[in-house]
Design a protein around this ligand. Structure first.
Ligand code: SF4
Ligand code: SF4
Length: 371
């Protein structure tokens, strides 16, 4: 529980700004940060060099005079089917092949949505605190272990899928923090521990992961994770994972979709998280692969200007769409198959080797589609 009126005021303001959860934590070097160093040492971060930033494991290096962290969470779940259900439906459907974009990227860029709210909260602090202080907001943009702060601010536990889980909200939560020099009372009282781990004997996320990226409970090898492979990796996707990519073209929701705590997760009322409609791509909910694969760089820039999807960059998205086409089930000699082949033949000549190589791989697979 929040201890005194200053802290209660912050939580109340955060809720008024639309945040679903808010807690406060001292900026400490939590013991889990030691495990993070070990995780990096095993190479599990792949090519994500930014994760090696020393500030990630020592909050005192992030901001001079840092004392407290205000952690805010925003539910982004929408009332659309989970990818696991949608994939089963798509398998028997006719029509052009479609892809799956991770739920968090359907709507407006969450960084902007979170920043606006976090900056409003930071800007309101002088109404309550008259002493000089500094405050800096991050929404998945700074060298900060948001999940850990969220756990120790009492917002939930870190599940076996390594994500923050809240009993009421599940894991469809964007996390943001305000780092401040203010000396705030933490949400957890001295001696109070963070919410207990409620994964119990469940291991549905581990069993459902198509690439065995969850190499053990609470342990992710990002190099195997489709979120990393489809968004962070700039090179060709290693062959061993191409089939496992299935229809995912941006991120992967599977280990969240199967989580029992997301079964009845509440839905956000924010229109900003509803799937966008783009004239180039159509809806970002199950977009047509062909439309993604044939986008020009200019189309990509225009379509994803205010979208988290710009992170994968144009070549990454086209590469992913090519691979997903290679995993699609085509009716032999159908119009869809002919169109996909023609597009892949064109992309196989791309000067971008990641695109060309993915197109060649997919062409081979499509051309051996069984009768
Ligand atoms: Fe596995 Fe997908 Fe979860 Fe990554 S996001 S751990 S690939 S289920
Ligand atoms: Fe925990 Fe089960 Fe959810 Fe995995 S699927 S995070 S084990 S509750």
């Amino acid at each position: 529980m929040v201890g005194n009126s200053n802290e209660a005021w912050i939580v109340e303001r955060a809720n008024a700004l639309g945040f679903d959860l808010c807690g406060i934590v001292r900026a400490e070097r939590f013991s889990e940060l030691g495990h993070f160093e070990e995780w990096l040492g095993r190479g599990y971060a792949g090519k994500m060099k930014y994760l090696h930033d020393a500030r990630r494991t020592d909050p005192s290096l992030v901001m001079e005079g840092l004392r407290s962290v205000i952690v805010c969470a925003l539910n982004y779940n929408t009332a659309h089917p989970y990818s696991t259900k949608a994939a089963a439906e798509a398998a028997g459907a006719s029509g052009p092949p479609r892809g799956w974009i991770s739920r968090y990227a359907w709507g407006d860029d969450y960084h902007a949505v979170m920043w606006e709210k976090l900056n409003s909260l930071a800007a309101a602090l002088p109404e309550r605190f008259s002493e000089p202080f500094t405050a800096r907001a991050y929404a998945d943009t700074g060298p900060v272990a948001e999940r850990l702060f969220a756990k120790h601010a009492g917002l939930g536990w870190l599940g076996k899928n390594t994500l923050l889980l809240n009993k009421a909200y599940g894991s469809w939560l964007f996390l943001g923090v305000i780092l401040t020099s203010l000396d705030l009372q933490p949400s957890l009282q001295p001696g109070e521990t963070p919410p207990p781990d409620q994964c119990g004997n469940c291991r549905q996320c581990l069993d459902a992961c198509p690439t065995n990226a969850l190499v053990a409970p609470y342990l992710l090898d990002a190099r195997r994770c489709l979120s990393y492979l489809t968004i962070e990796l700039r090179e060709t996707v290693p062959e061993e994972f191409r089939e496992a990519i299935g229809w995912q073209v941006y991120g992967c929701d599977i280990c969240q979709d199967v989580c029992p705590y997301n079964r009845k997760a509440p839905v956000s009322s924010l229109q900003q998280f509803e799937p966008r409609q783009e004239w180039r791509t159509g809806s970002l909910l199950r977009p047509q692969l062909e439309r993604l694969a044939e986008m020009s760089q200019e189309d990509f820039r225009e379509a994803f200007r205010n979208s988290a999807m710009k992170r994968t960059k144009w070549a990454g998205l086209v590469r992913n769409a090519c691979l997903a086409m290679g995993n699609a089930q085509f009716e032999r000699n159908s119009e869809e198959q002919r169109r996909a082949e023609a597009l892949l033949q064109k992309l196989a000549k791309s000067e971008i080797s990641t695109i060309a190589e993915s197109a060649v791989w997919s062409l081979k697979r499509i051309q051996r589609t069984p009768e």
